[in-house]
Design a protein around this ligand. Structure first.
Ligand SMILES: Nc1ncnc2c1ncn2[C@@H]1O[C@H](COP(=O)(O)OP(=O)(O)OP(=O)(O)O)[C@@H](O)[C@H]1O
Length: 259
């Protein structure tokens, strides 16, 4: 169970008028409990979706309030939270670090499988499960974008996290690969939280959160939440959504350290 209690995220940002840096609110206040198996997060560019996603595994820490996963506070128990919550980025190149797929998956297993030979065998099993057995030893840069995203997912799922958070995992993929990754995510036993601009994918979730201007503007089953999202996106000032929350900054307490 993921819980956000009165969470706010603030950061220092340059003043567009050339004055001193100022504190802006990126998200919040937000209180949520997420226990559905499939949760989709939608919203305009710059609305705060990634900030929300990154809170869930401690990549971003709240400036106020508390985020917990199975009772573990992301601020106090970051390492334990990250063992429970895997995170997949939009661009697989942001997370693939080793020269070949087998080495990359093996790297994920370094803590859980101490023996190197066993680790390689396990990594090969994982790659086979993800349809990448034939590509296990090729240079990573020779994989297609879709294969690289599959590899990034395989490397994260190799450690069997209880929750998978994906930040626009299909944005860079063509339709064929998007379908393949969506189907893979749908087949997982894990709880999956996906940030997406793909409303067809969001429609298959159990619950949809609509983020707008740093706040959760709608939260519920896909039918009603996505209808609200469409409404928000067609309102006359929709293009200004990304800056709404910056306009709300006034009374936010300053973070102690600069982000
Ligand atoms: N560390 C930071 N300092 C200042 N501003 C930030 C910081 N991180 C994010 N922002 C701003 O906060 C807002 C929300 O960013 P976020 O990445 O969460 O949006 P998003 O909904 O994921 O956008 P997109 O769909 O474009 O990826 C944006 O205006 C972004 O520029």
């Amino acid at each position: 169970m993921i819980a956000l209690e009165d969470v706010e995220v603030t950061a220092w940002a340059p003043d567009p008028d050339g004055g001193p840096d100022r504190v802006v609110r990126l998200l919040g206040p937000v209180s949520l409990r997420l226990d559905e198996r499939r949760v989709a997060v939608v919203g305009a560019n710059g609305s705060g979706k990634s900030t929300l996603a990154r809170l869930l595994n401690g990549l971003v820490l709240p400036s106020a309030g508390r985020v917990s996963v199975d009772g573990l506070d992301t601020a106090d128990d970051g390492a334990a939270v990250r063992r429970r919550v895997g995170f997949v980025f939009t661009d697989p190149d942001a997370q693939i670090v080793m020269p070949t797929p087998v080495e990359d998956v093996a790297l994920s297993l370094r803590r859980t499988v101490p023996d190197a030979r066993e680790r390689t065998a396990r990594a090969l099993d994982v790659l086979a499960r993800f349809g990448l057995a034939e590509r296990a030893h090729v240079p990573v840069h020779s994989l297609s974008g879709g294969q690289r995203q599959l590899l990034a997912l395989a490397a994260v799922l190799a450690t069997e996290p209880a929750v998978l958070v994906c930040d626009e995992p299909t944005t860079l993929l063509d339709l064929r690969w998007r379908t393949r990754v969506d189907d893979l995510l749908a087949s997982l036993d894990q709880q999956v939280v996906v940030v997406t601009h793909d409303l067809d994918a969001a429609a298959r979730a159990d619950r949809v959160l609509v983020v707008d201007g740093g706040a959760v503007a709608a939260d519920g089953p896909p039918g009603s939440a996505l209808a609200r999202y469409r409404e928000l996106m067609t309102r006359p000032d929709a293009a200004g959504t990304a800056t709404h929350h910056e306009a709300r900054v006034g009374p936010v307490p300053a973070p102690e350290a600069r982000a």
